[in-house]
Design a protein around this ligand. Structure first.
Ligand SMILES: Nc1ncnc2c1ncn2[C@@H]1O[C@H](COP(=O)(O)OP(=O)(O)OP(=O)(O)O)[C@@H](O)[C@H]1O
Length: 670
């Protein structure tokens, strides 16, 4: 049963409401969130405090509930509940009510408004609006749209009002809150609550502010880095006009640095004192994020005296979180962690202290540490594009398309050896023999299993022992395809990412290593789906952000039409990409890629998070949840609704399927 902390009545748009601040019963949390009409115990209309102290308030469990007391139809613009943590700020302003058309219920003992008070109330204007920080006071009036008080405007509005029912006092509480009714795109909304007396308004105002002080997961002081060149120069206006005002509204202090050169932010984060900050904000694209990510992780590794050059070392998660305001040209990280690249949504997720820990992979070559990888590492086609487009910088963004086209015409492939360590899974989830008709099968929970029968044999016949080197590394040319068993989107509060048991070393059942060798057009490691404007689902839609694994996609040498089909599916629907005859997808925790140069043939190029890297061989190793972001993760049911993604219970992949080496469109009906 929820515990009510506070209860009062108020008018919202001339309708009478009962406002209650209550704490959910923790066990009932999920039910209450899902139910629109929260059942609270009936209490008196007077202000009621309970014996629950404010320091026991759980921000996600404490809510404001608005119950309409008139007989009128419920106004859909008034929320039924607002989570305490979604309040941005509370203002107390003067109220000038228009002709009263309030519909008082006879059964309610309401205080009638004393008209004789009006004159005295007029004297209270202008009022001082007190922000959450008591040291900041502002002169405001609710008549003043610009926020500047104007006596002329104030008195002219008085004469416009109907004198019969004018009430002038500090009786209006304005609540600015984060509207999450569209759980993908967040917005700011406000609600004006008109209280009966100034005393009640004062009390509600101070109670709500007291509640706000309990929100410890929220940042109070942030350091923002703005790359003025990001996204063709849109980062600065986005930050100055859209984001900074929201931070100010939420009483967050932000120190801003406009970067002057590449690596400015990275050096600052590595070298300067950051103790005063609760988080770092990156305003820009994926390149800026990579800079901050490196700065923070390298600084932490240095503080913890970790030898980052050792490929087997475990990195430590920094204490500070990074918030990303998308203003770049691709914004793959933000797409992958919030579902869209909307600066306002990202700013609001930072303000309310949403937290998401993501995997980071370390990239080493034969000489030691090279880079951290947050999104994608590529060898071959995509690395060659980066290398070529770097030479054609003068062509602007067009250079990527042009370099891509040239590379496609060349259709180069590279002889390479790939040693991969499959991500460990529970025995019950693993490896069903491949059937002749379909390469994958799915159940209702969206979990699909698929594996080559040879691999099944290999596992069944092996004397499984973690110390058995012959088992640990198997060269299996016969293995055709091994597809990860779990193909569900990584979403907000993802079960797979939260599954600690899976990451318990004592529970690892199958650290299977496999060697693959052949000619590949491209070898890609994806730590995130890499959704962006050019790829609806990203190259790897089902990779999870925090489950301690990443996806390896091998694209074997083929005719240009075969590779074009791969590119087409990456752009449009990559959910079944491994069904293409030239594509293999593995879920792995570690990969070693070794190009085999056969004399005259040149090796391909490597790119990591869009930057060129070098090495004769590259080792990639995942570090589970090594970096925390201010982000919510994606509410996938909502996203599916918004994008009209159809997922049939019996067929998780309704679009394209590989059957007898042919691609064809299936009907969604079966
Ligand atoms: N003031 C600056 N002048 C030049 N380069 C900068 C400056 N600040 C940052 N950089 C560099 O610019 C590169 C690209 O920046 P960023 O990622 O923000 O923009 P983008 O390329 O438009 O977006 P995306 O990476 O999403 O495509 C980063 O690698 C960063 O190191």
């Amino acid at each position: 049963m929820p515990s009510i902390l506070y209860s009062t009545t108020c008018y919202i748009k001339n309708d009478l409401y009962r406002l209650r601040i209550y704490i959910d019963d923790q066990d009932e949390k999920s039910d209450i969130i899902s139910s629109k009409n929260v059942q609270l115990r009936t209490d008196s209309l007077d202000i009621t405090g309970t014996d629950i102290p404010f320091n026991r308030i759980k921000p996600d469990l404490t809510r404001l509930n608005f119950e309409l007391l008139n007989d009128k139809k419920i106004n859909n613009n008034i929320p039924n509940t607002i989570i305490l943590n979604h309040l941005l700020n509370i203002q107390q302003t003067a109220s000038i009510s228009k002709k009263s058309n309030r519909n008082f219920s006879n059964s309610l003992q309401l205080q009638t408004l004393d008209v004789s008070d009006r004159n005295t109330d007029v004297k209270t204007i202008p009022i001082f609006e007190q922000s959450q920080d008591s040291s900041q006071t502002q002169l405001t009036s609710n008549n003043s749209k610009s926020g500047q008080f104007s006596f002329r405007r104030f008195f002219s509005s008085l004469s416009d009002s109907n004198s019969e029912a004018i009430l002038l006092s500090k009786t209006t509480i304005k609540i600015n809150y984060v509207d999450v009714s569209n759980s993908i795109r967040w917005n700011i909304k406000s609600l004006e609550l008109e209280m009966d007396t100034e005393d009640v308004a004062n009390e509600l105002y101070s109670n709500l502010n007291l509640c706000l002080t309990t929100l410890i997961q929220r940042p109070h002081r942030l350091l923002a880095f703005v790359n003025p060149l990001s996204g063709k120069g849109r980062a600065r206006p986005v930050y100055d006009k859209k984001v900074l005002p929201i931070f100010q509204e939420a009483n967050i202090t932000v120190d801003t640095i406009y970067t002057e050169r590449a690596n400015h932010a990275r050096e600052y984060v590595i070298n300067e004192i950051l103790d005063n900050y609760d988080g770092i904000i990156c305003v820009g694209g994926d390149g800026m994020f990579a800079e901050l990510c490196h700065g923070l992780l390298l600084r932490t590794a240095h503080d913890e005296q970790i030898n980052i050059n050792n490929p087997q070392v475990n990195i430590v998660r920094p204490k500070l979180r990074i918030g990303i305001i998308p203003a770049g040209s691709t914004d793959a990280v933000v797409f992958g962690t919030t579902g869209l690249n909307d600066p306002v949504t990202s700013a609001l997720q930072i303000i309310v202290g949403e937290s998401l820990s993501i995997d980071i992979t370390t990239v080493h070559n034969e000489n030691g540490f090279v880079r951290f990888m947050a999104t994608m590492l590529a060898y071959g086609f995509f690395g060659d594009i980066i290398q070529q487009s770097d030479r054609w910088r003068c062509l602007g963004p067009l250079r990527y398309d042009l370099a891509g086209f040239c590379q496609f015409i060349r259709n180069t492939s590279y002889h390479s050896e790939v040693t991969l360590t499959l991500s460990p899974h529970k025995p019950t989830q693993i490896l069903h023999p491949k059937t002749t008709t379909s390469s994958s099968s799915s159940n209702n929970s969206g979990i699909t299993s698929s594996v080559a029968s040879d691999s099944q044999k290999l596992i069944n016949t092996s004397n499984l022992s973690l110390t058995d080197d012959s088992f640990k590394t198997k060269s299996t040319d016969t293995i055709d395809k091994i597809v990860t068993p779990v193909v569900a989107f990584c979403s907000r509060n993802c079960d797979l990412c939260a599954d600690e048991e899976k990451h318990d070393p004592s529970k690892i059942h199958l650290p299977l290593q496999i060697k693959r060798e052949g000619r590949y057009t491209t070898i890609n490691c994806l730590n995130m789906p890499c959704r962006c404007a050019k790829s609806k689902y990203g190259m790897s839609p089902f990779v999870h952000l925090g489950d301690g694994s990443f996806d390896l996609i091998l694209v074997k040498r083929s005719w240009r039409t075969g590779f074009l089909r791969f590119l087409w599916q990456v752009a449009n629907d990559s959910r079944t990409i491994e069904d293409l005859p030239n594509v293999e997808r593995y879920r792995v925790s570690e990969v070693l890629i070794r190009p085999i140069n056969t004399g005259r043939k040149q090796a391909g190029n490597w790119s990591c998070d869009g930057e060129l890297i070098h090495g004769n061989e590259i080792q990639i190793r995942v570090h589970r949840q090594a970096l925390s972001l201010f982000a919510s993760g994606i509410q996938f049911e909502e996203k599916q609704k918004a994008e009209n993604i159809k997922i049939s219970p019996t067929n998780f992949f309704p679009c394209f399927r590989n059957k007898d080496k042919k691609i064809f469109q299936e009907s969604n009906s079966f």
